[in-house]
Design a protein around this ligand. Sequence first.
Ligand SMILES: [Mg+2]
Length: 270
Amino acid sequence: MENCKKIATRIRTDAVRMTNRAKSGHVGSMLSMADIIAVLYEKILKVDPKNPDMPERDRFILSKGHAAAGVYSALAQKGFIPEEWLERYYCDDGKLMGHISHKVPGVEFSTGSLGHGLPVATGMAIAARYAKSDRRIFVMSSDGDMNEGSTWEAILFAAQEHLSNLTLIIDYNQVQALGHSEDVIDLRDLKVKLEAFGWAVREIDGHNYEEIESALSSVPFDGNKPSAVIANTIKCKGIPALEDTVKSHYKFIPDEEIEAVIKHIEEEAK
Ligand SMILES: [Mg+2]
C-alpha cells in the first residue's frame, strides 16, 4: 500500500498547490477523496496511459466534477498527461479545466452539475452488457450528488437491470457546498436506503487503503445487483484546521500558509 499512500499524498499536495495558483476552490472535496482515487488508479482500474481509449478499459466517472484537480493529479502521476499541465490548472491558457473535462486524456465524461455521473455510468454499464464486454464501470459521487433526483432514478434503473458491472462509490464526508448534509438534505441511513432499492452495499473507512482495496476488488458484491461502497471520509482530510468544515468547500490555501500545510501533509504520510 506504500504506492497508494505516495499517490494520495501527491494528490493532496498537488491539489493544495493547484487551487492556490488558480485562486479556486474545492480543496476540501479533493482531499476527502484522495485515498480512494489513489487506490482506484493504483490497484483497481484496468486502464492504460499509453492507450487511454482502449475499448476494453474500465470506465471511471467523477460525478463530483468540481474535485477535478484530484483526478488530474492521479492522471499525471500515472502518465496519462504531462506533469506540467498541472501548473496551469484552471488558467486561461491551461489544458485542465476547473471542472473535470473529457478533453483531458483518461477522463471519460465531463461533469460539474451534480446528478449526472451515475445516470451516464448506468448507460455505460448497459452498453458494456450489450457489447458482451467484461469492462467495469465505476462512478464517484458526493453528498450533494446523492440529493439529486436523477441520481435516484439511476439507482432504481440500475437495480431493475441487475447491473452488476456498475459500482457507485460515495465520498460520504457529510459536508456539501452550503452546509453539513444533515442540515441541507439529511440522507439518514444511506446503507438501508440503497439496500431497499436493490443494491449490494458495503460501508468502509474511505481513508484506510486496505479497506478501500478490499471493497473495490470484491465487486460485484452480489452477482445479480449493482454495488455501492459508502466510503466514510473527512472533508479536507490532511489539513486539520479545515477538516470537517463547510468553508473548506470553496477554500484555497493562501500563499502565507501553503508551505506549512504541504509540510504537514508530507509528514503525516511518513
Ligand atoms: Mg460531501
